[in-house]
Write a protein that binds this ligand. Structure first.
Ligand SMILES: C[S@@+](CC[C@H](N)C(=O)[O-])C[C@H]1O[C@@H](n2cnc3c(N)ncnc32)[C@H](O)[C@@H]1O
Length: 372
């Protein structure tokens, strides 16, 4: 008798494809599913599940070749390598490409810290959703209601994610963490932007990859997320908010385990602790912030641009001795690299979208030069 739980084959397919951004043949998916389910799964079950869900969850790249829909923007690794471009601004190196492919080729123990703002829900940066965003046609990107006549920037609507998409987030960040781990030196800090709805998925995945959780930075920033009354029933329930109005953003703090004591690791690798803002002041985990200024948004009109004032504090802290290489694997408009450049730190950024890559090439020196 087949004792598999309902959904086990589906979950195994999603988990396997989440580890193969470039996609896989039905035969490869079948083998991956068998390994995950620990037994014989008929190839016909895999095939019929792929057929049934081809438009919703999977993307049929070619006959018998599938990719997770949220990776529908990902270039196959061989195309990505051929198309890879690099740009240098001062001590910042920006690379056009997929960070997973890049990490898989990077030498071990060659990066000293990571500060990054990944796509929280992954789907929002799929080719399909970016096309909707650029055409101002919605999708998961929503314009928050305007009460004061000001034009609002689009925000991704994360409450609509399905269980399968949430599972894909965990699988993606687990794979990301596993590829990142050997590339970092012992004691390297990893500070990653998240969202109050998903930070537990990100934290679980990074812990699963072997990193130790060291806390969470509260970026105090008021967004237009949450706080709304029930949709189409706000007159009936004027005193009710469906969920909290978001007044902060979590940035999870992880570290690759250190060798021996912190002072030993600092001597050997230059990492393991956090740089103090001044001798009398430790780096603290609540940072007052604001959304990126109008000037920053004009320089770098990326939909999820982070402000220099905040990033410079965080980036400064992650290199305790003031030397080493800071990586931003999800570079966007290059704001982390700009902060590193401002501080005189060496940095590397990876961005998979050609338009954002071009934006970053132009924005990094301007953002780095801004007085904030
Ligand atoms: C949240 S945004 C980062 C925005 C950035 N903080 C800024 O201030 O401009 C995430 C970025 O990661 C990029 N991205 C998504 N998947 C990627 C991948 N696999 N490799 C590299 N970049 C990726 C997206 O195109 C997007 O620009």
């Amino acid at each position: 008798m087949d004792r598999r739980l309902p959904g086990q084959v589906r979950d195994a397919i999603v988990d396997f494809l989440a580890s193969r951004a470039e996609g896989a043949t039905v035969g490869e998916i079948h083998t991956g599913v068998q390994m995950r389910c620990g037994g014989s799964v008929p190839a016909s079950s895999v095939r019929s599940y792929l057929n049934l869900n081809a438009s919703e969850v999977f993307y049929r790249v070619d006959k018998g070749f599938y990719r997770l829909r949220l990776f529908s923007s990902a270039q196959p690794a061989r195309v990505d390598e051929a198309a890879q471009r690099q740009h240098q601004v001062g001590k910042a190196t920006l690379i056009l490409g997929d960070c997973l492919a890049w990490l898989s080729r990077r030498p071990p123990n060659s990066i000293h810290a990571v500060v990054t703002d990944p796509p929280f829900g992954l789907v929002e940066y799929s080719a399909e959703q970016k096309a909707k965003l650029r055409a101002k046609r919605g999708g998961v990107w929503r314009i928050p209601p305007s009460f004061d006549g000001h034009t609002r920037s689009p925000l991704p609507r994360f409450t609509v994610l399905s269980d399968t998409e949430k599972q894909s987030i965990s699988s993606f960040f687990l794979r990301f963490g596993r590829l990142l781990y050997p590339v970092l030196v012992p004691g390297a800090h990893l500070i990653v932007a998240s969202n109050t709805l998903f930070s537990f998925l990100l934290s679980g995945a990074l812990s699963g990859a072997g990193f130790e959780r060291r806390g969470e930075i509260v970026r105090l920033v008021t967004t237009l997320r949450g706080g709304d009354r029930p949709k189409n029933a706000h007159h009936e329930f004027p005193d009710i908010s469906v969920m909290c109005r978001s007044m902060w953003e979590p940035w999870v703090v992880f570290r690759k385990p250190i060798e021996n004591r912190v002072q030993d690791n600092l001597r050997a690798w230059g990492t393991g602790g956090l740089r103090r803002p001044s001798k009398d002041q430790p780096f603290a985990d609540v940072i007052k912030s604001h959304t990126a200024s109008r000037q920053e948004r004009q320089i770098a009109p990326h939909p999820t641009l982070k402000p220099q004032a905040f990033l410079r504090k965080v980036v400064r802290a992650v290199l305790p001795m003031g030397t080493g290489v800071v990586l931003d694997p999800f570079g966007g408009s290059g704001s982390t690299l700009a902060a590193a450049e401002h501080l005189g730190y060496e940095s590397i950024g990876i961005e998979s979208d050609a338009q954002y890559f071009e934006m970053a090439c132009a924005a990094i020196p301007k953002l780095a030069a801004l007085k904030v």
